[in-house]
Design a binder for this molecule. Sequence first.
Ligand SMILES: Cc1cc2nc3c(=O)[nH]c(=O)nc-3n(C[C@H](O)[C@H](O)[C@H](O)COP(=O)(O)OP(=O)(O)OC[C@H]3O[C@@H](n4cnc5c(N)ncnc54)[C@H](O)[C@@H]3O)c2cc1C
Length: 372
Amino acid sequence: MKSVIVVGAGIWGSSLALRLAETGWRVTLVEQHKPGHVRQSSAGETRLLRCAHGADDWYARLAWQARDGWRRLGERAGEELYLEAGMVWFAGTPDGWEHASATVLKNLDIPCEVLDPADGGRFFPGFRGDDLSFLLWEPHAGVIRARRATQVTAALARAAGARPVRARATPVAGGAAAVEIDGEVHRADRVVWACGAWLPALFDGLPITVTKQDTLHFAAPPAWSVPETPAWVDHGASAYGHGDVDGVGMKATSDAEGAPYEPEHGPRVVDAVSVERARSYLARRFPGLAQAPVLFSQVCQYALTPDAEWLLAEVSPGVWLLGGDSGHGFKHAPALAGYVAGVLDGAYGPEPRFGLHDRVPSRGLRTSGRVG
Ligand SMILES: Cc1cc2nc3c(=O)[nH]c(=O)nc-3n(C[C@H](O)[C@H](O)[C@H](O)COP(=O)(O)OP(=O)(O)OC[C@H]3O[C@@H](n4cnc5c(N)ncnc54)[C@H](O)[C@@H]3O)c2cc1C
């Protein structure tokens, strides 16, 4: 039986542990806190699932596969983890990111529809879209109950035989396929460091920058609820959100990259400037919500690579780094786990795009049109 130690029980590590445990691997899942703990990126109340990725079709395909994965996971857990409310993209130009996305989605037969900005009122009360060229409607996009999904995935991994260990692991000198926990070395055929924003502190020289990201939910009238109100993204304005899920309020937040951040000890308090930025966006796009009180807020962090492509690299025999999710990794987790399992099995090599080469700065994969 092949053995693997997965370090990190965020959604990437937990999904991988589940997949490997169900396909005959002996799995140990090491996590320093509890799965779903609020410092991890996977513990946001919600995360969006969208297939549009600009001109890229690899991630679009993976997201479409992941949608099935979330639905199956929800059925297994007996919980609605994925709320398929749809998503509206607000396109500021006729031939920009959203146009490229629409072309890819159509080529892949992933349903989408180009709408007139005036149709925005059908989805969002008081919508103002007179500055927009068109809307792109993705009916099968939606919202994942992220923190809950992470806890459920970790629990399913345990039930499938993955052995949970609550500890902080460190790499061993010399690059062996092993981890050190409290002075003791544990070996396996493969070790996967799925440590999110903690990864750059564990391995030198990684192309990953960690930034503080504030998310905000506002008190809004009942019409602003998922699934009646869909998710939305304004790529040009680096803003996104969705209707209320579970009573925490309508989400409206900036996707612009925040200040450098340390995930273990960084303050978990949102900045006043984030509230101002979200409010000014609401005033412009959804004027009826300009004065809506903040109901709930969370601080999280991005683990960004320069080009927003992920990192999946073998740094010494059997030792793999899995990270650099760049703020767009949650939705893909069930499908990504299957892909990474194939790499660990030796069925195929990782995409060259995930390597440790010098990366050319780009944000084409993110929901933010801004670089830096
Ligand atoms: C504000 C915000 C909004 C986002 N929106 C979206 C979205 O809409 N859609 C989307 O798809 N994605 C989104 N993302 C990205 C998504 O949340 C991440 O891609 C995903 O959660 C990454 O999961 P992970 O498992 O890699 O990392 P994490 O969830 O951070 O997990 C890493 C885990 O490793 C553990 N760990 C670290 N070091 C050690 C160690 N030495 N020993 C033991 N354990 C260790 C940590 O405790 C942690 O639990 C968003 C992210 C943020 C911050």
